[in-house]
Design a protein around this ligand. Structure first.
Ligand code: FAD
Ligand code: NAP
Length: 544
């Protein structure tokens, strides 16, 4: 390492790929540890998710005061959030502020897509290649490439024949889109669609929504964040952050209802609706925390699911439309959505719901979309079709590890990691919120901060011991993969076709990728570190 007087031939100690929440904080911590780093970012600016996803209605669905960095008290005290759930422009401004506040930009290179990285066993270094042909050598690579950054544009027949403009929510034009007077199609009904549909409907002449799977959504009850409420939380911010770090999902400390107390069966039938109604009134993702076993026991889940189904039937006036909008799968199995007027939008006379659950979209034509044998004429198509989640961004980089083996090859049957941080055969490569870590089942900022801090401590440990190489042991990876499967198997998560399982991408191996449960995971990572990074081979072979 340069930082400890090692080889001066490297460009930097660490190449970090990606400049979202993860890459920005990683850079900050590396610098503080005295390591040199270069962040390579494909986008034209910092912000990651919040740089790319500029669709109307985009905002966080974990409360802003929790969905933000906790590592610097001055930052969290000084930054004022204006809404309970901040909009995309506000979160992007926040991340730009972080980049400026900590003087990060001088080590960030935007408009730079990493296409490959090869590990040299003799020197224990990585050679990173960019699309433009640049090369960077580094002792370590940190992939801060994002779980939801590789947009999924489905290969629907005729997709490229459409006459009008098409947009993917995750690649939204910076100048915005004016839908006024246009007939618009939205494909998809996940979180991005749920947020954008009410706003597009207000602007467009007509909106047609193509729904493959009906979605559960809980109201956000978004509102301006009162100054005194914000001040009250900031006065106990350290406690709020600490509580989230000890929770199952990395957030929830601001909930007036707290974590679940009882399994569904322990609650009198008469009280269940009361508890459910309290969660519904509070709004947001905490709804599934109504019972301790909502995500583990089919009966408990069904009680919560049926409550939401009844709400949908109560909101949507046309019973046939309400029926189509009513999900049948387990609630929370696909990620829960949080909305502002989603179901209500289907009461508008200028909005039509098209159920494509049985045969999908037949074709995109020059004039619109054909489904169920009917041609729907539209001027604009919005793909709210999600992402090649968790592995998509990583698999688009040709990582070549020991013996030239590629990551694509190592993960042919699905991603295999140790702690979600490291991969056997790929020394000196760290993943932030990689598959096998709680990541997308949590407040991602909590998970990101945890990983960044764990990786930094690991690098400091290596430097302290004069080591230049670290690699996950294959047995540790096998054990970890089995553990993730066991934990997932105790939940209802594997019971539907979610992106957590890769089921949204044709041909992707069906493997449950995230690990449920932040708090136990945090403790396990700490334990691994406390035991000299158990499960990692350090300083072998050849290079110490
Ligand atoms: P990202 O923000 O995705 O950043 C990764 C960066 O890596 C991107 O800028 C990308 O361009 C870059 N990159 C990838 N591959 C390469 C490459 N080969 N070369 C160079 N650069 C590359 N999570 C929550 O917890 N709460 C929320 O409310 C929430 N809301 C969300 C809303 C939307 C619309 C979406 C899409 C996701 C949301 N998420 C939310 C998840 C969100 O992705 C994370 O919270 C967080 O922003 C991830 O940060 P990151 O830095 O890990 O990844
Ligand atoms: P998503 O949840 O994967 O939803 C994609 C939608 O497109 C689904 O309804 C899916 O149907 C549909 N779809 C995919 N391919 C299709 C095809 N070929 N034909 C027809 N329909 C198709 O993606 P997303 O909405 O972008 O959200 C992804 C994740 O990002 C979220 O789960 C969440 O973690 C995060 N996010 C959060 C927020 C927020 O509220 N803060 C907002 C946006 C995103 P199926 O369900 O049948 O696959």
């Amino acid at each position: 390492m340069r930082g400890d007087g090692g080889s001066g031939r490297l460009d930097v100690d660490v190449v970090v790929v990606g400049a979202g929440f993860a890459g920005l904080y990683m850079l900050h911590r590396l610098r503080r540890a005295g390591l040199s780093a270069r962040v390579l970012e494909a986008g034209g600016g910092v912000g990651g998710t919040w740089y790319w996803n500029r669709y109307p209605g985009a905002r966080c669905d974990v409360q802003s005061l929790e969905y933000s960095y906790g590592f610097d008290d001055d930052l969290q005290q000084n930054w004022e959030w204006t809404e309970r759930y901040a909009t995309q422009p506000e979160i992007l401004r926040y991340l730009e502020h972080v980049a400026d506040r900590f003087d990060l930009r001088r080590d960030i290179q935007c408009d730079t897509r990493v296409v490959g990285a090869a590990f040299d066993e003799e020197t224990a270094t990585w050679a990173v290649r960019t699309e433009a042909g640049e090369r960077f050598t580094a002792r370590f690579v940190v992939a801060a490439t994002g779980c939801l950054s590789a947009a999924n544009l489905p290969d629907i027949p005729g997709r490229d024949t459409f006459r009008g403009p098409t947009y993917h929510t995750g690649r939204w034009p910076h100048e915005g889109v004016d839908f006024s007077g246009r007939r618009v199609a939205v494909i998809g009904t996940g979180s991005s669609a749920v947020q954008s549909i009410p706003i597009i409907a207000e602007q467009a002449a007509h909106l047609t929504v193509f729904q493959r799977t009906a979605t559960y959504s809980v109201p956000a009850h978004n509102e301006p964040l009162a100054r005194d409420r914000q001040a009250e939380i900031k006065a106990r911010y350290a406690k709020v952050r600490a509580a989230n770090r000890q929770s199952m999902a990395g957030f929830g400390a601001l909930s007036g209802l707290g974590p679940p107390q009882h399994a569904m069966a322990e609650v009198d039938a008469g009280d269940r609706d009361l508890l459910l109604d309290q969660r519904w009134q509070e709004g947001g993702l905490g709804f599934v925390a109504v019972f301790t076993d909502t995500l583990a026991q089919p009966d408990a889940n069904e009680v919560a699911a049926e409550f939401v189904r009844a709400k949908i039937r109560g909101i949507v006036r046309d019973p046939a439309v309400a029926d189509l909008l009513t999900p049948t799968q387990v609630i929370g199995c696909k990620r829960l959505c949080v909305d502002s007027g989603y179901y209500e939008t289907f009461n508008r006379p200028d909005v039509r719901l098209v159920d494509i659950s049985s045969s999908g979209i037949e074709a995109i034509t020059p004039g619109g979309i054909r489904a169920n044998g009917e041609d729907h004429e539209v001027d604009v198509i919005v793909f709210a079709t999600g992402f090649d989640a968790m592995t998509g961004a990583l698999s688009r980089i040709r990582f070549e590890g020991v013996g030239g083996r590629t990551l694509a090859d190592a993960w042919r049957e699905g991603p295999k990691t140790y702690l979600g941080v490291a991969v056997a055969g790929f020394p000196n490569l760290f993943l932030i919120t990689g598959p096998g870590s709680p990541s997308v089942l949590t407040n991602m900022v909590t998970s990101i901060e945890h990983h960044v801090e764990w990786i930094t401590a690991c690098l400091e440990h290596l430097r302290g011991g004069g080591h230049r190489r670290i690699e996950a042991e294959p047995e540790a990876v096998d054990g970890w993969v089995a553990y993730v499967n066991t934990v997932a198997g105790l939940t209802l998560f594997p019971t539907c076709n979610s992106w957590y399982l890769g089921a949204n991408i044709p041909g992707k191996p069906r493997v449950f990728m995230p690990l449920p449960g932040f708090a136990p995971y945090d403790a396990m990572c700490a334990d691994v570190a406390a035991h000299g990074y158990r499960g990692f081979a350090i300083g072998q072979p050849g290079a110490t």
